[in-house]
Design a protein. Structure first.
Length: 310
């Protein structure tokens, strides 16, 4: 096994947490995979992986080496993809990070369609609400809701997601239903804050063509989208979020929309990627596929919002 094959093997072991699964993916014998990693550790003079009977995980040196390996392999894939015939049929590993709701309700239910179209691309998908350091962690593309704050990344708008304000029947029975926007100040909200900043997001409404923020009080704050919905279902307060996320709960009556006569500004969702990935065929075809996917679910974007955002 040459050095590049060994690096690819090492990254697959880290990503799958298993020697056996990585060996199967690369079609090499398990014993050969074990021997190649031992040789690599000997050559580097450090332990890269901690092995137990249940799992394989990186050491501190191993994690740092993994991040460098991801960068090296990605750059090599892009160099090969610069050839015209490869650009038409992109190959290699694409690392994507997205919020759990987008993964489970929008992207992954139809990801087989992307694979059918581009069988040469293998996907590594991570999910979470935390802000990802794309360059350091070797992530090629992230999908995020809200307005992008990192001006060092290329942004491609995917959709504007309609939002609603809602609460559980139990909460409304106890505290009443707000009938006017100013009634919000007499209520409680589940507070939502960023996991990486001190930002605490208010409830926002479009009133007579102007966006107005309402800093509604509340006794519980969360930084995870699923916890946000769960606390509302438990009667903890009002929430404001994209309708698609709680469409079933609204239909079944577990949550009730309020202030429907006033429009909640739509929440943008954006694909972000480093400038060095701007011309990567793998990233390009994936983001183009995402644009069509989100367009089918949330509608066509206004012409002024299409294309890349600097």
């Amino acid at each position: 096994m040459d050095r590049l094959d060994t690096l690819q093997l090492f990254t697959r072991i880290v990503e799958t947490g298993s020697f056996s699964r990585a060996a199967d993916m690369l079609d090499v014998p398990r014993a050969s995979a074990t021997h190649a990693i031992k040789q690599l550790e000997t050559r580097l003079g450090t332990r890269l992986l901690e092995r137990t009977t249940r799992q394989v995980r990186t050491t501190l040196d191993g994690q740092a080496f993994y991040e460098r390996c991801v960068h090296i392999i990605s750059e090599l894939d892009d160099a090969e993809a610069s050839m015209r015939h490869v650009a038409a049929n992109p190959r290699g590993v694409l690392r994507v990070d997205m919020h759990g709701t987008h993964a489970t309700q929008v992207v992954l239910p139809r990801i087989h369609e992307f694979r059918d179209r581009y069988p040469g691309i293998d996907l590594v998908v991570s999910s979470g609400d935390r802000l990802v350091d794309l360059v350091r962690e070797g992530v090629d593309c992230v999908i995020r809701g809200g307005n992008p704050r990192d001006s060092t990344l290329v942004a491609r708008r995917l959709a504007l997601m309609p939002q609603v304000i809602c609460a559980s029947p139990a909460y409304l029975e106890k505290f009443g239903t707000p009938h006017q926007p100013d009634d919000l100040m007499l209520h409680q909200a589940v507070r939502f804050f960023s996991s990486t900043t001190a930002i605490d997001y208010p409830i926002v409404l479009d009133i007579d063509g102007q966006v107005k923020e309402f800093d509604v009080g509340g006794w519980i704050s969360v930084n995870d989208a699923e916890n946000y919905v769960t606390t509302a279902l438990s009667g903890c307060g009002l929430i404001q979020l994209p309708r698609f996320h709680i469409a079933d709960a609204l239909r079944d009556g577990h949550l009730v929309e309020v202030l429907a006569d006033w429009q909640s500004p739509p929440l943008p969702v954006t694909a972000l990627y480093p400038y060095r990935r701007q011309l990567s065929p793998r990233v390009r075809v994936f983001v183009d596929w995402l644009v069509g996917l989100y367009e089918q679910k949330f509608g066509v974007l206004p012409v002024a919002m299409k294309g890349e955002i600097s």
